[in-house]
Write a protein that binds this ligand. Structure first.
Ligand code: AMP
Length: 282
């Protein structure tokens, strides 16, 4: 496995492979790899001849006062894991290798980025779309894998790829969880022992909400209100950033739950902002 930091070198290698008729899989990450990331890698590996895993804490998707400077990292551990799971290249550029000082071109998908994470992180998805476009241009992957834990991100990338005719197939991977239901996340490392013990309540609340919908709840406001109260009692240390019910593809809030609906939450627990979601079939 090669470890590359130079975008030009990455592009050159990938162009060579494409010219040889080889297919390339891409798994973009911010590193500190856990079993969720590894499942994405395992999904991509058998579907392509070559596999590129990227480790890049992309500064343009972090707002001021977010955790860019403290984001956890384990470069050697990540490389060992990527190699053990069959990566051909780990690409880990420095920020200034990816962004010229006068970088001035942005990719934005405004309609899908207004709600959920877009509301409290206004520049986040612009940064994500821009860096993912750059990675697509560097790697020219046949397939790229993203996790459903970041459902909104996956929906936005699918829309971007469709709108810009980017020649890549986007694959979504289901959320990988701890045995107690907590979605795996690099940011779980921020949790204290007590916070970690309480955090599975996030998933429990979503499961109960889905059950309520199955039992007849149709009013989205009432459903959200119920979940706010549920978290207040089951996760008192949590601060709700959002609890939303939206259409799964276009991420539009729904008022009446009448077709498949995504219930998505972001909850602050201590220093961590934890995301989770559930697709509710009606
Ligand atoms: P990140 O390093 O957090 O930017 O995540 C990189 C990729 O891994 C994204 O596509 C995430 O959606 C995905 N991912 C992170 N955690 C999980 C998880 N628990 N289950 C499935 N995919 C995940």
């Amino acid at each position: 496995m090669k470890i590359l930091t130079d975008p030009i070198e990455l592009q050159h290698q990938c162009l060579t492979w494409r010219n040889q008729g080889l297919t390339i899989g891409l798994v973009p990450t911010m590193g500190f790899l856990h079993d969720g990331h590894m499942s994405l890698i395992d999904m991509a590996r058998p579907q392509c001849d070559k596999l590129v895993v990227t480790l890049f804490v992309n500064p343009t998707q972090f707002g001021e006062n977010e955790d860019l400077d403290n984001y956890p990292n384990d470069f050697d551990g990540d490389c060992a894991k990527a190699e053990a799971h069959g990566a051909d290249i780990v690409f880990a550029p420095a920020p200034d290798a990816m962004y010229a000082p006068d970088h001035s071109t942005w990719v934005n998908v405004p309609p899908l980025g207004t709600h959920l994470c877009g509301a409290s992180r206004p520049i986040h998805f612009r940064g994500v779309c821009t860096v993912v476009t750059k990675l697509f241009n560097l790697v020219q992957p046949t397939k790229a894998v993203f996790g459903q834990k970041d459902w909104q991100q996956l929906a936005i990338i699918r829309r971007m790829v469709r709108d810009l005719n980017i020649p890549v197939e986007i694959l979504g991977h289901p959320i990988v969880r701890e045995t107690d239901g907590l979605a795996l996340s690099s940011r779980n490392a921020y949790l204290t022992e007590a916070e970690r013990a309480a955090a599975p309540a996030i998933r429990q609340g979503l499961l109960k909400l889905a059950e309520r919908v199955k039992n007849g709840t149709r009013d989205a406001e009432a459903a959200k209100h119920w979940l706010v109260k549920e978290y207040a009692s089951t996760l008192p240390m949590g601060i709700v950033d959002y609890i939303e019910l939206v259409t799964p593809d276009s991420i539009e809030p729904v008022t009446t739950i009448s077709s498949p609906t995504l219930a998505a939450v972001a909850i602050r627990v201590g220093k961590a902002r934890l995301l989770d979601n559930i697709l509710i079939e009606v």
